[in-house]
Design a protein around this ligand. Structure first.
Ligand code: PAF
Length: 293
């Protein structure tokens, strides 16, 4: 007999959220938080499960944040799949889960004019190509932290620059929350899970494998002793160019904390890539470690 599905409770106002969470805090429950824009996939669910493993209650927010999309980006067509998301979350039933669906009026009330201006870590790579994106991300994440008041918040390594910037913001602004960055969840063939993968045509879905292949190549080169960043980047780019439809935005080897380009791979180094296939932009990354793994 199949088990009945219990959809998680939905909270839409800050007052409801605060009332519910204050009861939880009273009961000494640790609050875990997974901010999302919905269109949930296994990557998000792995963050929820990580939270459930160490927190007494987990809040998942679903909010497609308009301020992190540029004027020509996919805000209006970004997938909104609430019913599917709630059913996916219902499978994470280890410890209590609350879904927070903030409204635009409470996120950006009339006259809204206060922003978080992230520092140099937000400037290169995604920051260069998507001006204003990280200002929108940092602002909405700080607002959500203030609303939820989590003990621990969970982010995916898939958005490496975003996770680095959030860590920086938490340190810089003394926010009382611990940040956990969890490994990227991949399809069996290596493609990093992303809400945007659904935009890919079947042909581009196949072509998209070149991102993971180029990261694997970087790992192999480092494992075989190559330390020169320019050589590794050139070989990754050559591999990506074997797929003529793939347009490279950037391939970079960077310091894992500052995200500044490195000349040599001596310590842990992040390999970051962004590639366009048709109208879809894909990003991926891997941490290269010359000392072993
Ligand atoms: O990674 C995302 O889905 C978004 O950037 C986030 C952190 C939920 C902020 O809108």
């Amino acid at each position: 007999m199949s088990r009945p599905i219990h959809l998680p409770p939905i909270l839409e106002t800050l007052a409801e959220l605060r009332d519910t969470l204050s009861e939880m805090r009273h009961a000494q429950k640790r609050i875990g938080f997974v901010p999302t824009m919905g269109a949930l996939h296994e990557g998000h669910l792995s963050l929820v499960r990580a939270s459930q493993a160490e927190c007494g209650v987990t809040v998942v927010s679903i909010y497609v944040n308009p301020t992190q999309f540029g004027p020509h980006e996919d805000f209006s067509r970004y997938p909104r799949t609430l019913d599917f998301d709630l059913h996916a979350l219902a499978t994470c039933d280890r410890t209590p889960l609350l879904v927070f669906l903030p409204k635009n009026e409470s996120m950006y009330p009339e006259g809204f004019s206060t922003w978080v201006e992230p520092g140099p870590v937000a400037e290169p790579w995604e920051g260069q190509i998507r001006p204003g994106h990280f200002r929108g991300v940092a602002t909405v994440v700080l607002k959500l932290f203030n609303m939820v008041g989590p003990d621990i918040a969970y982010f995916g390594q898939k958005d490496y620059q975003q996770a680095t910037l959030i860590r920086r913001m938490v340190d810089d602004l003394n926010l009382p929350v611990k940040i956990r960055v969890r490994p990227t969840v991949r399809e069996p063939d290596g493609l990093a899970m992303s809400s945007r993968n659904r935009y890919l045509s079947p042909e581009d879905r196949q072509r998209a494998l070149v991102l993971w292949k180029s990261l694997c190549l970087a790992k192999e080169l480092v494992a075989s002793g190559q330390r020169d960043a320019a050589t590794i980047v050139a070989q990754m780019e050559d591999l990506i160019r074997t797929v003529p439809e793939a347009r490279i935005d950037y391939v970079a080897l960077v310091d894992p904390d500052t995200l500044a380009s490195v000349a040599q791979v001596h310590g842990r180094t992040a390999a970051l890539i962004a590639v366009k296939l048709g109208a879809t932009r894909l990003i991926d990354n891997a941490v290269l470690d010359p000392t072993g793994i």
